[in-house]
Design a protein around this ligand. Structure first.
Ligand SMILES: [Zn+2]
Length: 129
């Protein structure tokens, strides 16, 4: 399991009680719903925080995040964010997330379409090995 500081979102060790990067008291977060916080961070006004939350939700294979991620994908015009969301959906890996990536290949254009294609291709190569 990978742990992330809920304040600066850097990767930390599960045993840390104080974030070694920003000094945040992490012990107080142990009892709170970290996944819920990450999903809330998808609505953060700073793009970098949103990107980070998308990435972490993917790494944590957060099934709860699938719908919020799909919604965010449809709302944003930011290509980098869209690609981040596709990668996260692929990591989460539930059928609904995978189907969405295929839908993007069919309906999107340009680099987002190409990246969706690449994610699916990469996946089939990994399965073949
Ligand atoms: Zn921190």
């Amino acid at each position: 399991m990978t742990f992330f500081c809920p304040t600066c979102w850097k990767e930390i060790k599960g045993i840390d009680t104080i974030c070694p990067f920003c000094g945040a008291d992490i012990s107080e977060y142990a009892n709170k719903d970290f996944e819920e916080k990450l999903i809330n961070a998808l609505r953060h006004r700073e793009r970098e925080t949103v990107q980070r939350a998308v990435y972490i939700l993917g790494r944590r294979k957060s099934i709860k995040a699938v719908h919020p991620l799909l919604k965010l994908f449809k709302q944003t015009d930011n290509t980098l964010l869209k690609i981040g969301i596709l990668n996260a959906l692929n990591e989460i890996g539930v059928p609904e997330a995978k189907e969405f990536i295929f839908k993007v290949i069919d309906s999107d254009t340009g680099i987002v379409k190409r990246m969706a294609r690449e994610i699916i291709d990469r996946e089939s190569i990994n399965h073949a090995e």
